[in-house]
Design a protein around this ligand. Structure first.
Ligand code: ADP
Ligand code: MG
Length: 349
């Protein structure tokens, strides 16, 4: 929470817009060769020589995408960068630069924005990307952050949603469902806290899933791994809305169907135990919980020997002809049509 610390409060108006930009950006170092001109002019200048350039952008809106009562600002800054890098990696590209635009109300002191930028800086360092620009403006109520990420990829190496072919393997990195469950735990603790503010929650049993929610990572390592294994996926997408929804995107764009196997879904033990505690079906959570930022891809059967022993990659099904449709094959060997209850920001509720 931003108001609960008895710390210094410097009004943003004391610095002014330009003072604030200078203050926030002064500690960022340039690492990428492709960054020719960074923050400080009317525009950044980048040079990519013979590479292709990928560009992606995402909004994070207070009250819609995050709740500052349990999301520390440092984590929010980190996550705002990560969700964009994840989209770059989903193109099989290397992330190189980001721009960060913020709209802030006077509810936030300088110290809060410093925290946000500390998280942004940590992500930039860890993922080796340069902050090369942005925009700063005021907002009447909440905090809005928009990050744009830029990346590079060799010609013919980029991977789209549209390349999956029948018989390809459906593969996912890491494990899924954790970020959504982490959010459920945080929401529950928030309610407990409202009733009794002195109640300090014991979150020991949920450290992994809470971290998945508050401090997600983008799978830069998986892009490198695929390169090292000499595997170019036939299609790829990152898991932001939930596995079902992403599988259906791949199927639609590639004009294929698929069989997904329930017993192959990679679940962390904490996901299983927390599902039991909350009386939730772990398959439903794995299929529909979002924000895991894992990579979902299809891989040609020929490449199976290269990926089969790898602990970072799990084969969860295979691609079929379009007219066969997209199905979940249950543990009881029943075939159920896949539907997406994924996260939709235009849903009424
Ligand atoms: P302009 O008026 O041309 O839009 P600004 O004063 O908004 O210029 O920005 C000056 C410089 O600071 C630009 O390089 C811009 O990209 C950068 N910048 C502005 N806001 C941010 C921010 N929140 N984070 C990082 N860089 C920023
Ligand atoms: Mg501007």
């Amino acid at each position: 929470m931003i108001e609960d610390k008895n710390q210094q409060r410097t009004e943003l108006s004391q610095l002014g817009e330009f003072g604030l930009i200078d203050h926030l950006s002064k500690n960022f170092e340039v690492k990428q060769q492709s960054t020719i001109k960074t923050i400080g002019d009317d525009a950044a200048v980048l040079e990519f020589k013979d590479k292709r350039v990928v560009v992606t952008t995402d909004f994070l809106v207070e009250g819609v995408h995050f709740d500052l009562s349990y999301m520390p600002l440092k984590h929010l800054g980190y996550k705002a960068v990560i969700v964009n890098l994840s989209d770059v990696y989903a193109m099989n590209a290397e992330a190189t630069q980001v721009t960060v635009s913020i709209a802030v109300s006077n509810r936030f002191p300088l110290e809060a924005i410093e925290e946000l930028y500390a998280g942004i800086q940590t992500a930039c360092k860890l993922y080796n990307v340069d902050l090369v620009g942005g925009d700063t403006t005021s907002s009447t109520s909440g905090l809005i952050i928009s990050v744009t990420a830029i990346g590079q990829v060799d010609k013919d190496k980029e991977v789209y949603r549209s390349g999956a072919k029948p018989n390809d393997l459906l593969v996912v990195s890491g494990d899924i469902g954790g970020a959504y469950l982490g959010l459920q735990v945080l929401e529950r603790e928030k309610e407990v806290f409202k009733v009794n503010p002195n109640n300090q929650p014991d979150l020991e049993a949920y450290t992994y899933i809470i971290e998945r929610q508050l401090k997600p990572e983008a799978r830069k390592d998986v892009i490198k791994l695929l390169q090292d294994l000499d595997v170019k996926p036939t299609s790829m997408i990152d898991i932001s809305d939930g596995l079902s929804s992403e599988i259906l995107h791949l199927c639609k764009h590639s004009k294929v169907g698929c069989d997904l196997y329930e017993n192959k879904l990679p679940l962390d033990p904490q996901v299983i135990s927390t599902c039991e505690e909350f009386n939730l079906d772990s398959t439903t959570i794995a299929l529909n919980g979002g924000e895991d930022y894992e990579l979902l891809m299809t891989v040609s059967q020929e490449d199976f020997p290269k990926i089969k022993a790898n602990p970072n990659l799990t084969v969860i099904g295979y691609i079929t002809e379009e007219n066969a449709g997209a199905h979940l094959v249950t543990r009881a060997d029943q075939k159920i049509k896949l539907t997406a209850q994924g996260w939709n920001s235009f849903d009424k509720d």
